[in-house]
Design a protein around this ligand. Structure first.
Ligand code: AMP
Length: 305
């Protein structure tokens, strides 16, 4: 998207430095964080604005990369201290991973301040960050058309009441299978989704890693496959990439009908399939719209019955 276009997708989330170990490789101190992945993915279709915080150790090369994606960083604060750091290790089955360490650093005292130019943006992604910060950002926005919420076990365990308050104010919630069960206490996904739909969101997306995702509404469900890949290198950030690609595509089409939501999910799924082909934002940095459209056409053909 050209730099001159106003921000139409606001993303609040973590910006961090990750150390990642898969069964096949290890990368130390690479760019990560939910906001990095989501903004990069959205940038293929829309103009993302990033709300987050980094420390004064944040490398210039990472800011340069954001610029290359045309991500607006007016909402990215720099605080004195160290940038958020996270490390994780994947099992042989890369759908499973364990966090090894989480150092919140400057994220611990983060107080989001939305630039004036972000406040009227129609699309908002509340990526993985504490629900109280998500609420703070929501309160600074002026009537967004569509709000997507992500969360994780940490917040379900420690700040459930705040999370439930955020849920009342969002359009869609995306979460993985175990989080859906954990948050609702329901074993079956259909019951869990019904429970979540009653708590506020009009749409619930249950992410199932390499098996794709399921959209639940009061009317029914829709299955979006993941693009089958020969080589998954690093699944980190796949959910955020899906979410960013989804919201970006939705912002571009402006079509919030059921069909429009499905098409945007297709783009989210496709961009995420590229993102996991390399560590960090490396694959997304080499990605083109033509490659996205080509893979989208293949997936569309595969889904026909
Ligand atoms: P995902 O694979 O979708 O869970 O996203 C992975 C990204 O989330 C990594 O790049 C981490 O930097 C970031 N992350 C991990 N733990 C947290 C946390 N507690 N709060 C915010 N972001 C986190």
């Amino acid at each position: 998207m050209p730099k001159t276009q106003p921000v139409n997708v606001v993303v609040v989330g973590s910006v961090g430095i990750d150390t990642i170990e898969t069964p096949f490789a290890r990368r130390e101190s690479v760019l990560g964080g939910s906001a990095s992945y989501a903004c990069a993915a959205a940038s293929f279709f829309a103009r993302p604005g990033m709300v987050g915080v980094v420390g004064n150790d944040f490398p210039k090369a990472h800011r340069d990369l954001y610029r290359k994606f045309h991500i607006d960083t007016d909402g990215l604060q720099t605080a004195s201290g160290k940038t958020f750091c996270w490390s994780g290790v994947y099992e042989q089955d890369m759908n499973n991973r364990r966090s090894l360490s989480t150092a919140l650093n400057v994220l611990a005292d983060f107080s989001p301040q939305l630039p004036e130019s972000y406040r009227r943006a129609p699309f908002l992604f509340l990526a993985n960050i504490s629900p109280s910060l998500q609420l703070d950002v929501l309160s600074q926005m002026k009537k967004p058309r569509f709000v997507l919420l992500d969360t994780m076990d940490l917040w379900i365990n420690n700040t459930k009441p705040e999370l439930l308050r955020v849920m009342q104010r969002v359009t869609m919630m995306a979460l993985n299978e175990s989080e859906a069960r954990h948050l609702t206490g329901e074993r079956g996904l259909v019951r869990a989704a019904r429970h979540l739909l009653k708590a506020g969101p009009r749409y619930v997306v249950v992410k199932k890693g390499e098996h794709g995702s399921i959209l639940f509404t009061k009317k029914g469900f829709f299955l979006m496959p993941a693009f089958p890949l020969e080589n998954v290198v690093d699944p980190t950030g796949a959910g955020d990439t899906f979410a960013g690609g989804f919201l970006g595509a939705l912002a571009r089409s402006g079509d919030l009908s059921d069909g429009g939501i499905r098409k945007a999910m297709l783009y989210g799924s496709i961009v995420a399939s590229f993102g996991v082909e390399d560590f960090s934002l490396n694959r997304l940095a080499r990605l083109t719209r033509a490659q996205i459209e080509k893979r989208a056409a293949v997936l569309r053909r595969m889904m026909k019955v």
